[in-house]
Ligand binder design. Sequence first.
Ligand SMILES: C[S@@+](CC[C@H](N)C(=O)[O-])C[C@H]1O[C@@H](n2cnc3c(N)ncnc32)[C@H](O)[C@@H]1O
Length: 236
Amino acid sequence: MVLRSARVRRANLSRVTSETDPTAALADAVSGFVDGFAAEDDVITGARGRARELGCPAVSPATGAALGLLATTVQARSVVEIGTGTGVSGLHLLRGMTADGVLTTIDWEPEFHRAARRVFTSAGYPSGRVRTITGRALDVLSRLTAGGYDLVFADATLVEYRGYFDQGVQLLRPGGVIVLHNVLADVHIGEDGRRDPELLALRDVARTMRDDDRLRPAVLPLGGGLLAAAVVGPAT
Ligand SMILES: C[S@@+](CC[C@H](N)C(=O)[O-])C[C@H]1O[C@@H](n2cnc3c(N)ncnc32)[C@H](O)[C@@H]1O
């Protein structure tokens, strides 16, 4: 998978440079602490193992912890996730949500949904707590209830992020939060002179979110990078 191989290349590069460059060594130590701090249990470890077997990159432990924190902070009862994978991020979201909260999670790969449902069940979540919708994200989002959600998390196809944002923000209640994952990974959003479609799409959505008066945005440089915003004005 392209994302994975780029990540592996970057990991190899950071190993080489950290042997010779104290700044890179410090960055490695910091990211080791940040991910190590976010303790994960056997269920999440199992979901990560399944993700590796199926070739589906999952959020980092620190990213998962941040998702749980955000879900708890907004007292999330209704969450939309775009990109279920094998359920790693979904588990973190569920743990942060209220005890009666429902996670609506979208993926176009039935095999990933089967794996994720097994993970949610083994974590003890009854089927009523998780709604899996198998389909193309942009089609599914257009059918969800405007203003009916507390948090939207996107971790799927980068060139579609502007669409996820445009539709996702309409789904949020005032005070709700939208979070886009992987905005710093693989495509080097800050790099000048690059014009590939993923990079252009990410810059477009970052600019749009930064300049949107309804939102309070921030980039959180955890794992692949989160671009997050809270709705502070009317979203619909
Ligand atoms: C990076 S993985 C998600 C990993 C997951 N969030 C986790 O941490 O376990 C991306 C997922 O998005 C799904 N996906 C990508 N583009 C999609 C689209 N346009 N519609 C629906 N699903 C999509 C892929 O099938 C894949 O499972």
